[in-house]
Design a binder for this molecule. Structure first.
Ligand code: CUA
Length: 340
């Protein structure tokens, strides 16, 4: 007897220690993590959260009732010497009909608001909504503003308090557009346009991520969402609509020449310079904080490294190594980062 009990204590203690470590290291901080979904910052996020909480409370209730009954039955009817078999309830019509009805009612309580919510998220957008066309590409995000006639990449700027209608499409494979704190996610599927509409509550900055495996750099297909006040958003739009800045220093000018003469122009647009549509629009590249789908800080050093070896920084990246090295990549980086 003693030999059987002693070793059991070790796994029990280890389990408790493991639970304590998990709870203290990430359990509570998940609440505040950048990718949290439990602190919604838009009407869409709040509606989803309410539905999630409704289902969670009912699930908790069912868990307590079922586990409570189980534990009670285990204790009440545990085998004791000389005790007869307890009264059997198998085939008890009243019991079986009542719990079937009870669970059907719970399913209705969960099902009706869920279906309502599905239709609500597909309602036509408001007349004054801001339309943003989102293209999920291997492995970056393109954001086009049809109202203002320009595109940007990997950094999504939207105003607070105004409904935004995202029209999602995929030129290559299936992706999934996900901004955890603002609500979502929604699949981005080739040959069809999915929609999602939401109104962000207040200015802030939120991370986004492709949430559907889409190839080698799926995990590197991130983006930033910058929610502006109305005034700041208008200012950002005005800046983005301007033609690209002209480089002022020698290195930048050399980079501009190199860009115009190289294969860069086949894939990238810089308004007034080139019109490629395969890769991010670089007209105001320098105004972005990060590049490579939110993978690297947008500094001349990082951009030069990227030009020299794109697939080293982002496995599978479709941008080819054009053989630019040393002074050439430095000049290109100086030019691109000057495009504020
Ligand atoms: Cu795009 Cu995963």
């Amino acid at each position: 007897m003693r030999r059987a009990r002693l070793p059991l204590r070790v796994p029990t203690v280890l389990l408790l220690v493991a639970i304590a470590v998990v709870l203290s290291s990430c359990g509570w901080s998940l609440w505040d993590a950048p990718m949290t979904t439990v602190k919604p910052k838009s009407d869409f996020g709040k509606a989803t959260q309410d539905l999630f909480m409704l289902i969670s409370w009912w699930t908790l209730g069912i868990f307590i009732v079922v586990e409570g009954a189980l534990v009670w039955a285990c204790l009440r009817f545990r085998e004791k010497p000389g005790q007869p078999i307890p009264k059997q309830v198998h085939g008890h019509t009243v019991l079986e009909v009542s719990w079937t009805i009870a669970f059907a009612v719970i399913l209705l309580i969960i099902g009706i608001p869920t279906i309502q919510m599905i239709f609500k998220t597909q309602e036509p957008e408001a007349a004054n909504a801001l339309r943003v066309d989102v293209a999920g590409r291997q492995w970056w995000w393109e954001f086009t503003y049809p109202e203002y006639k320009f595109s940007t990449a990997n950094e999504l700027h939207i105003p607070a308090g105004r409904q935004v209608a995202f029209y999602l499409h995929a030129p290559d494979v299936i992706h999934s557009f996900w901004m955890p704190q603002l609500g979502g996610k929604r699949d981005v599927v080739p040959h069809r346009t999915n929609r999602i509409t939401l109104t962000p509550d207040a200015p802030g900055e939120f991370p986004g991520q492709c949430a559907e495996y889409c190839g080698m750099s799926h995990a590197n297909m991130r983006f930033r969402v910058i929610v502006h006040s109305k005034e700041n958003f208008e200012q950002w739009v005005a800046e983005q609509r301007k033609p690209p800045a002209e480089p002022t220093d020698e290195l930048g000018k050399k980079g501009q020449e190199l860009f115009a003469q190289s294969a860069c122009v086949g894939c990238h647009t810089i308004r007034g310079v080139s019109g490629g549509a395969m890769a991010p629009d670089l007209t105001h590249f320098g105004s972005r904080k990060t590049f490579g789908a939110n993978l690297m800080m947008n500094t001349p050093e990082n951009v030069a490294k990227w030009i020299e070896n794109p697939t080293h920084m982002k496995p599978g990246a479709l941008m080819p190594d054009l053989g630019m090295r040393g002074e050439q990549s430095k000049a290109l980086a100086a030019y691109l980062t000057s495009l504020k």
